[in-house]
Design a protein around this ligand. Structure first.
Ligand code: ATP
Ligand code: MG
Length: 385
């Protein structure tokens, strides 16, 4: 039985896929043929490592220069989050010594590697005690924040929503310098892996799917915010699809802790950061809306929306250039175009919150229609059942 993206069967699903109108492919399905190149956010530049000097220094404003290149590690400096909530403390919810979600590592049988990010490796594991497949993300963290981090993960483990990945718990590794976070295993993989695979089959991801991605991520963000959790790292690799076609966000809640730790490796790619974050200004939950807009545009067009340039120039582009717009190569709906324009409003003060974005006509249209996501992900990976 096929169990995930890497173990798909060879069954061909083709013909329903190539829906064309006036030679303009509609964005619904997945034709199957040879490889085509795709471009995404520069992976070799992950995480953003800012060189001492830009290859084109003229593009950098003074403001931007001070915002980046500042930290000794050469990464973008963490910025303050301007919260709408007040007086909330994890201590009110969960005592530091609560270990109800501690996972015994002896029960975890390692299966295959699922991927690797800037902060560590994600492995598929089988929990022999609970008989559940899980994804284990092992990250190196500053020992000074171990306790807080484990507590945050315990808090997150109590959060449940159809649009967020379930966290089962965490444990310290024997080396005492890393923590393994156990979360729901999503067999469909992350959006970056999915769209690259679809692109290799000369397919595209259609607007109804894009609508469901937008709707799911916004609902997940709203839920998280209600739990006083902000995401800060929305991007294709942090949006996962289950075998049932559910779309869920992952990697929330921990980045805030790790941003402030001296290790600081979890910060990850910065290419999806809103301009106000890049500039080191205060930011709000609407910063995640920018990242969602960029993510949906990338998935729609099979390529990262900004030109492929050196990292520091890319960051300068994001701050200095007008926001990207969808190309004219497909018959995109006016609702999608407007949705992306609103998400990619460069001024964070004007950009709406995730909750406000749920009222956008593109999302309203998505909410009102059934999209066979289970069938879609099955076709993407050519699963047998
Ligand atoms: P960065 O570390 O820069 O944020 P990233 O998100 O790609 O990048 P990880 O979070 O370590 O890095 O994830 C690596 C890959 O593992 C992801 O791209 C995804 O394909 C896969 N992955 C992560 N979590 C899961 C999960 N719960 N189920 C299935 N696959 C997962
Ligand atoms: Mg991730």
């Amino acid at each position: 039985m096929a169990t995930g993206p890497a173990s798909k069967s060879k069954r061909n699903v083709g013909s329903s896929a190539s829906l064309h109108r006036n030679n303009v492919p509609t964005r619904l399905d997945i034709p199957t043929t040879a490889l085509t190149p795709s471009s995404s956010a520069p992976s070799s530049l992950s995480p953003l490592v800012v060189p001492a000097q830009a290859s084109n220094g003229q593009m950098l404003t003074n403001e931007l220069k001070t915002a980046i290149c500042a930290s000794a590690s050469g990464r973008i400096t963490p910025q303050p989050f301007e919260s709408d909530s007040s007086g909330f403390s994890r201590d009110d919810v969960l005592p530091l010594d609560d270990d109800s979600t501690k996972i015994n590592s002896a029960h975890l049988q390692e299966l295959e590697k699922l991927g690797e990010g800037s902060g560590g490796t994600v492995t598929k594991v089988y929990n022999t005690a609970t008989k559940v497949l899980m994804a284990k993300k092992k990250i190196n963290v500053d020992p000074n924040i171990h306790k807080q981090l484990l507590r945050e993960i315990r808090f997150i483990s109590k959060c449940h929503s159809p649009n967020i990945v379930t966290y089962y718990g965490a444990h310290m590794e024997d080396d005492n310098s890393s923590i393994s976070i156990l979360m729901e295993f999503c067999e469909g993989g992350s959006l970056d892996v999915i769209y690259k695979h679809v692109n290799q089959r000369q397919g595209t991801i259609g607007e109804p799917i894009l609508g469901k991605i937008g709707e799911s991520v916004l609902k997940g963000l709203v839920y998280l915010y209600e739990q006083h959790i902000i995401h800060r790292d929305i991007k294709p690799s942090n949006i996962l699809v289950t075998r049932l076609g559910e779309i869920k966000i992952c990697d929330f809640g921990v980045s805030g802790y790790l941003e402030s730790s001296s290790v600081n490796t979890f910060l990850g790619t910065s290419y999806y950061m809103a301009p106000e974050r890049i500039k080191g200004q205060k930011y709000k939950v609407s910063a995640d809306v920018w990242s969602l807009g960029l993510t949906i545009m990338e998935v729609a067009q099979n390529k990262f929306p900004y030109p492929t340039v050196a990292p520091i120039e890319l960051v300068a582009h994001i701050v200095n250039l007008p926001a990207p717009v969808l190309g004219d190569d497909y018959e995109w709906s006016s609702e999608l175009r407007d949705f992306l324009n609103v998400c990619l409003e460069k001024d964070g003060e004007i950009r709406p919150t995730p909750k406000q974005m749920l009222d956008h006509p593109f999302i309203q249209k998505s909410s009102s229609r059934e999209v066979p996501l289970r069938k879609w992900i099955k076709e993407v990976w050519e699963w047998d059942d």
